[in-house]
Design a binder for this molecule. Sequence first.
Ligand code: PRP
Ligand code: URA
Length: 211
Amino acid sequence: MTPLGVTLIDHPLVQHKLTIMRMKDTSTKNFRQLLREIALLIGYEATRDLELASLEIETPLQTMHSPMIAGKKLVFAPILRAGMGLLEGMLDLVPSARVAHIGLYRDPATLEPVEYYFKAPEDLCDRLTIVLDPMLATANSAVAAVQRLKQRGAENLRLVCLLAAPEGLARFYAAHPDVRVYCAAIDEKLNDHGYIVPGLGDAGDRIYGTK
Ligand code: PRP
Ligand code: URA
């Protein structure tokens, strides 16, 4: 059963692409391209219930009322670095979205998040903010990122990731029960180094070819 607060994207295209991303011999180029494609597909589901407003427009033939997305532009908030791998696909889907960059890395010894950069639009309180990070492992990074966005006024948040560990989902829900998580798979567990297994390895290294 899918845990509380989680939407699992089991679309065959997402599952197929994810399998290729997990393979250890998949090239950096293909890994990055697949992540972009999956981001668009998960983003489609994560925005399925956006509110619409009816707008009066003129077609070449007559006037009509037609739906448009209501409210202010969305904000995508990638957690650097690996979250940037999801950003392009999300922007393919919603090209006019704003972007909040959250620089966090996970200290390899303590697994605690260390912030090194934060820049977000001023009016977060009026916008839906979608946090992006392919990996939800211990969830320390995502919990801290959402906390930071809430401190800056964000009230309406979602989290898009690719893989999640059951431990991370439980911790994230305990910290932020108001933030729905959209992910492509829930893996077995975390290993002793806080890596998701079976997982896909270090997402940042695989996106940018740094190992
Ligand atoms: C990875 C990943 C998440 C975090 C997940 O980033 O992209 O941000 O680890 O782990 P957690 O749920 O246990 O916090 P990493 O710190 O390796 O930085 P990078 O994206 O710069 O490679
Ligand atoms: N970060 C990653 O990139 N991969 C994991 O499995 C855990 C954290």
